[in-house]
Design a protein around this ligand. Structure first.
Ligand code: F0G
Length: 448
């Protein structure tokens, strides 16, 4: 059989509510044309993020009931630790309430003013947490990634030559760690190859610089390696993931992505001295080291999710379903970041709407139009989010895990193609109110 089906059936359902075009116009006006300001009950299909929005399995809900809520030494912690240890091989696993808490602790311990932290592409919280310590976050994507239309198997790779010259110019003493983000979210959800990880690891080892993974979407990355990289076709996703982790000295992890959890994360390291400092900080802001800001039941849900996500049937379906959305819109003329990523499809709004210049926010204009037309929520990743530093004007359609079926995605495809058919009518926006930082969450707009 060629048809790839959702490898689950549905036991508990949540109703979706339709709204009228007039209602959506009113919600848009009230929210200042910023989709973050719209109440979730007024959204039909929510593709704002794949973070914390997964559907948990029956086994995860059963694990939730087993959660041990002891303040110290909870059994839930040891269940998670066993799973994480087997998967990552790192000596220390420090639970945190989500990925950015792990980032804050890691960079507080490792970075000083004047330091530089390279990454294939920093996620915005990663960059913000690095820069908060006075260090500088530097993106080193491969040059081909700048072309949204280039179809590369591993377009998320880090530019190893650029890393070498950065180290040569700045000196290894200024670089406390190198990070590789798998998959590369800000770079279009594109995977990183094992060969690239190995090359980065060799450079880091030669200069004595620790290598960390931002491992939020490690399983999706492992599946791409299984499918695309020579020599890994017969490896299981778990074996591939284990090898990816074995190349690093530690990781940050948001369990809100590939662990199917609604909250949670962890910070791992092989360095005993760092782990001690990190644990001290953890106690200050997150909690005791065996719960780190989470309930015992959350730790158990993560432990089960970490194993479920490596099921080849799930990963085959997951990557195929994201590709399905990408191919169906791209083959009908909507320019996307090629090839489709693991967790999201990114529409190149600058290419789709050449009549709207970047200062009039083509990605935001498209997000507004898609909501207006069909009640779909997406997110701009372009000039609204990054200001003049934006390299592209993208609209991200992130797919929550195990939440929507193929008919929901067919609806999204139809909506996008209908909007594309009359794209000349879409107008740009202007900002009328904005906060001093992270403006995309709360800026208000006016239609031009
Ligand atoms: N690193 C990456 C690559 C991420 O995508 C995220 C979150 C984080 C770190 C931070 O993790 O949210 O648990 O604190 N990405 C979400 C998104 C928010 O929509 O892409 P967190």
């Amino acid at each position: 059989m060629r048809t790839i089906i959702e490898p689950f059936r549905i036991k508990s359902v949540e109703p979706l509510r339709h709204s009228t075009a007039a209602e959506r116009e009113q919600y848009l006006e009230q929210a200042g044309y910023n989709l973050f300001g719209i109440e979730a009950r007024h959204i039909l299909i929510d593709l704002l993020t794949d973070s914390g929005t997964s559907a948990m399995s029956t086994e995860q809900w059963a694990a939730v009931m087993r959660g041990d809520e002891s303040y110290a030494g909870s059994e839930s912690f040891f269940r998670l630790k066993r799973v994480a240890d087997e998967l990552t091989g790192f000596r220390h696993m420090i639970p945190t309430h989500q990925g950015r808490a792990a980032e804050r602790i890691l960079f507080t311990v490792m970075c000083k003013p004047g330091n530089i932290v390279p990454n294939n592409t920093h996620f915005d919280t990663t960059r913000a947490n690095i820069e908060f310590t006075g260090a500088r976050a530097v993106d080193l994507p491969i040059p081909e990634a700048a072309d949204t239309q280039a179809r590369l198997d591993f377009k998320g790779n880090l530019d190893v030559a650029a890393l070498e010259s950065l180290i040569a110019v700045e000196g290894p003493g200024k670089i406390p760690l190198v990070i590789v983000t798998v998959t590369n979210n800000s770079g279009g959800g594109q995977p990183v190859s094992m060969a690239n990880l190995e090359a980065v690891q060799r450079v880091c080892a030669r200069h004595g610089i620790p290598l960390y993974l931002d491992a939020c979407r490690f399983a999706e990355n492992a599946w791409f390696i299984h499918e695309r990289e020579a020599g890994y076709g017969s490896w299981s996703p778990k074996q591939i993931a284990q090898k990816m982790f074995s190349l690093a000295d530690g990781c940050t992890f948001s369990a809100k992505k590939d662990a199917f959890a609604n909250i949670g994360g962890f910070l791992s390291t092989n360095d005993d001295r760092l782990a001690q400092q990190e644990t001290n900080l953890l106690i200050l802001t997150e909690g005791f080291p065996t719960y780190g800001g989470l309930a015992g039941r959350d730790l158990d849900a993560i432990a089960v999710g970490l194993e479920e996500v490596l099921d080849p049937d799930y990963l085959r379906y997951r990557i195929a379903s994201t590709g399905y959305l990408g191919r169906h819109i791209a083959d009908h003329g909507v320019p996307i970041v090629e090839p489709p990523g693991g967790h999201a499809i990114y529409i190149d709004a600058a290419r789709m709407l050449p009549h709207i210049p970047p200062p009039q926010f083509p990605g935001q204009a498209l997000a507004v139009e898609l909501y207006r037309h069909a009640g779909i929520r997406s997110v701009e990743i372009g000039s609204v989010m990054f200001g003049e530093a934006a390299r592209h004007e993208l609209l991200r359609l992130a797919i929550p895990r195990r939440v929507y079926t193929q008919s929901h995605i067919d609806y999204v495809v139809e909506a996008i193609l209908e909007v594309n058919a009359r794209k000349q009518e879409i107008r740009g926006l202007e900002i009328v109110e904005e906060p001093p930082f992270l403006r995309h969450f709360s800026a208000r707009f006016r239609q031009l």
